[in-house]
Write a protein that binds this ligand. Structure first.
Ligand code: SF4
Length: 399
């Protein structure tokens, strides 16, 4: 469980005014002192992400946030980081001590999807707080809990689990509508400098698992062994999936009658919005001298000599466009001047949930900046985008 990456764990974001009991409630739900609790308002500053197992559901992340009523220059920055965390929430758990402002009520009315309200001042005699009845009457899911005694916390956990299980049933699969029983899939996996020692990376492992779950079969080879492997087969694969970085080599080896796509395209569809990423990639052809391009990575990691974001994509972009581009690579959130960029090329988002990736997509588009991602940009830059989209023809809007 402790190894489950954050991108595969639903995020439960606790939101509410300062001192409403968010940190205490996290500690109550988890049964551990995960969050710092203090009577001093504003103890939680930046969002704090804590992975834990919510049994019997499984691994989740609780996100403790600063109060949404925080004030001053620093307070405003904290609220903006809280809002960013909220946009990536699979469930928002709004925590109130029972007294609510009109602005809070309005917020709850406008954000009732995937929202649960916890009123922390539960009365020991069971008398319902006026705000509870009021919110229920408006169709908002609300539960009363006591951070002091723990009363109501088990009920709240059951409610969280029930919402999470419903969401899990609705989740789409990586290879949705692409394979069935006895399908045969060729996977092309380079083992280069970027490959972790002794293991496969998450997208590859996830794909293998889905193939096995579908009672199908896979053959995994490096790009140099594709021709040889195909020559050994009695039947051609129904589908070929390659790492984007070797898409050119793969496209040369895999016969055109075998649908070919990339792990990145599969993840764009699972984690983001494939159609919007494809539309965004058209901007590559309109880039002009001096345009700023942001390569946005969700994590900060150690760059090596042939790094995909720092070396390969900038090189391919300059070669393809023939333009002098101002290219920035940034890990973590977007820069404040995101609107100044001509294009955002986002990483594969393997550590992000779908909700988080969609919120990052929306954030850039709201600033008027087209967004694509690494895998789609790479296929575009190699003139192979049409080919790797063939398996999804029915799903894409005409561009
Ligand atoms: S692809 Fe993005 S989310 Fe995945 S490890 Fe790289 S930077 Fe992090």
């Amino acid at each position: 469980m402790t190894n489950t990456p954050r991108g595969l764990r639903p995020h439960i974001v606790l939101l509410g005014p300062r001192n409403s009991g968010k940190s205490s409630l996290i500690n109550r739900i988890t049964g551990r002192e995960l969050a710092i609790v203090s009577d001093t308002p504003g103890t939680t500053t930046d969002p704090v992400y804590k992975g834990m197992e919510l049994l019997p559901f499984g691994p989740v992340v609780f996100v403790d946030t600063a109060g949404i009523d925080d004030e001053g220059v620093l307070g405003t920055q904290r609220v903006s980081r809280t809002r960013r965390a909220e946009r990536g929430a699979d469930i928002t758990l709004y925590v109130t001590s029972g007294t609510m402002t009109e602005a809070e009520r309005r917020y709850l009315r406008e954000h009732r999807t995937d929202l649960l309200v916890a009123v922390t001042g539960r009365d020991s005699r069971g008398a319902e707080a006026p705000v509870t009845a009021e919110l229920r009457a408006e169709g908002i899911a609300v539960l009363e809990v006591s951070n002091l005694t723990g009363a109501g916390v088990e009920e709240l956990k059951r409610e969280l689990i029930s919402v999470l299980e419903t969401k899990r049933e609705q989740e789409r699969a990586l290879l949705q509508n692409m394979i069935s029983r006895y399908s045969f899939v060729l996977m092309i996996v380079p083992i280069d400098l970027e490959a972790p020692k002794g293991r496969l990376i998450l997208p590859q492992v996830q794909t293998i698992r889905e193939i096995l779950d579908a009672d199908a079969a896979t053959l995994v080879v490096k790009e140099r062994e594709v021709d040889w492997a195909l020559s050994q087969l009695k039947r051609l694969p129904d589908l070929a999936i390659t790492d984007s970085q070797v898409v050119q080599k793969a496209a040369g080896s895999v016969p055109p009658e075998i649908p070919l796509t990339t792990f990145s395209v599969l993840f764009s569809r699972l984690k983001g919005d494939l159609a919007r990423f494809v539309e965004g990639s058209a901007m590559i052809d309109r880039l002009e001298h001096g345009d700023r391009v942001l390569l946005a990575e969700s994590c900060t990691h150690h760059a090596h000599s042939d790094d995909i974001g720092r070396v390969k994509i900038p090189r391919w972009l300059r070669q393809y466009t023939g333009k002098e581009l101002d290219i920035t690579v940034q890990g973590g959130g977007y820069p404040d001047d995101i609107g100044e960029y001509a294009l955002v090329i986002h990483c594969g988002a393997c550590m992000l949930t779908r909700k988080m990736m969609l919120s990052r997509l929306d954030e850039a588009v709201a600033a008027g900046v087209p967004v694509t991602n690494y895998g789609i940009a790479i296929s575009h830059l190699h003139g192979l985008l049409d080919r790797v989209l063939v398996p999804f023809e029915g799903e894409l809007r005409p561009v």
